[in-house]
Design a protein around this ligand. Structure first.
Ligand SMILES: C[S@@+](CC[C@H](N)C(=O)[O-])C[C@H]1O[C@@H](n2cnc3c(N)ncnc32)[C@H](O)[C@@H]1O
Ligand SMILES: Nc1nc2[nH]cc(C(=O)O)c2c(=O)[nH]1
Ligand code: SF4
Ligand SMILES: [Mg+2]
Length: 193
C-alpha cells in the first residue's frame, strides 16, 4: 500500500527510526481500525520485493517494520530475505490471524476479537500489544498474556478514539500489574506518519 521512513510510534521499539512497509489487504475487520484504507489490496499499486528492500536500505534505517493491512495473509519469506540481504532488521506488526511465514527479528502480536489469532503465533511473539477499547479488554489481555512465551514483552495501548477514557484505567492497571507497560501511539502526537 505504502512505504515510508518514520519513527516507530508504538510498543517495544517506540522512538526508534524505522522504515515502514504497509501491505494492502486485511480481512480481520476491526471496527476501530485506524487504517481502513488498507483493507482492499486491489486498491493499491504492486511493488516488487527487491524494489521495496532497496528503498528501505537507501533510507538509512536499520529497522524495517512490515505492517498492513494484515501482513500474515501473505507468504513473507521473500520479503524478509530481501530485507535481511540489505542488512535490515525485520520487524512485523500482526494480529496473528494466519500462520507466520518469513524470518523475523521482532514479532509484535496484537490480537483481535474480530478474528481469532492462529494458535501458532503465541510461541513466536516477542511483544504482545493489546488495544484497550473498553474495560473488559483488560481481562481479555490477560487471557492472551497467559498464552505467550515467558519473556514476551507486554503492552496495553489505548484505542485512539477512547484514549481520554481508557488511559487513566491503563495507568492504574500497569501500576497494579507492573509486568505490563503502557504503549501510546506517539506518532499521532508528533503528527508524523
Ligand atoms: C493498523 S495495524 C496493522 C497490523 C496488523 N493488522 C495488526 O492489527 O496488528 C497496526 C497496529 O495498530 C493498532 N491499531 C489499529 N487501530 C488502532 C486504534 N484505533 N487505536 C490504537 N491502536 C490501533 C493495531 O492493534 C496494531 O497493533
Ligand atoms: N509511526 C508509526 N508507528 C507505527 N507503529 C505501528 C504502526 C502500524 O500502523 O503498524 C505505525 C504507524 O502507522 N506509524
Ligand atoms: S487487523 Fe490490523 S489492519 Fe486489520 S482491521 Fe484490525 S487493526 Fe486494521
Ligand atoms: Mg498505524
Amino acid at each position: 500500500m505504502e512505504d515510508f521512513y518514520t519513527i516507530q510510534g508504538e510498543g517495544f521499539y517506540q522512538g526508534h527510526a524505522a522504515y515502514f512497509i504497509r501491505l494492502g489487504g486485511c480481512d480481520v475487520g476491526c471496527v476501530w481500525c485506524d487504517v481502513k484504507e488498507s483493507w482492499d489490496a486491489e486498491a493499491h499499486p504492486q511493488v516488487s520485493v527487491k524494489e521495496i528492500a532497496k528503498r528501505a536500505a537507501k533510507s538509512g534505517s536499520k529497522i524495517a517494520v512490515v505492517t498492513g493491512g494484515e501482513p500474515v495473509m501473505y507468504e513473507l519469506t521473500p520479503l524478509t530475505e530481501a530485507l535481511r540481504a540489505e542488512g535490515l532488521l525485520t520487524n512485523i506488526e500482526t494480529s496473528g490471524a494466519y500462520p507466520l511465514t518469513g524470518y523475523w527479528d521482532w514479532v509484535c502480536f496484537s490480537p483481535k476479537k474480530f478474528k481469532a489469532p492462529h494458535p501458532s503465533i503465541y510461541a513466536n511473539a516477542d511483544e504482545l500489544k493489546v488495544v484497550i477499547y473498553n474495560k473488559t479488554d483488560f481481562f481479555w489481555a490477560e487471557e492472551h498474556a497467559a498464552l505467550v512465551r515467558q519473556g514476551c514483552q507486554l503492552f496495553l495501548q489505548p484505542e485512539w478514539s477512547k484514549e481520554k477514557e481508557m488511559l487513566p484505567l491503563i495507568i492504574e492497571y500497569v501500576k497494579s500489574n507492573p509486568q505490563w507497560q503502557v504503549s501510546l501511539q506517539v506518532h499521532k502526537y508528533m503528527n508524523i506518519p
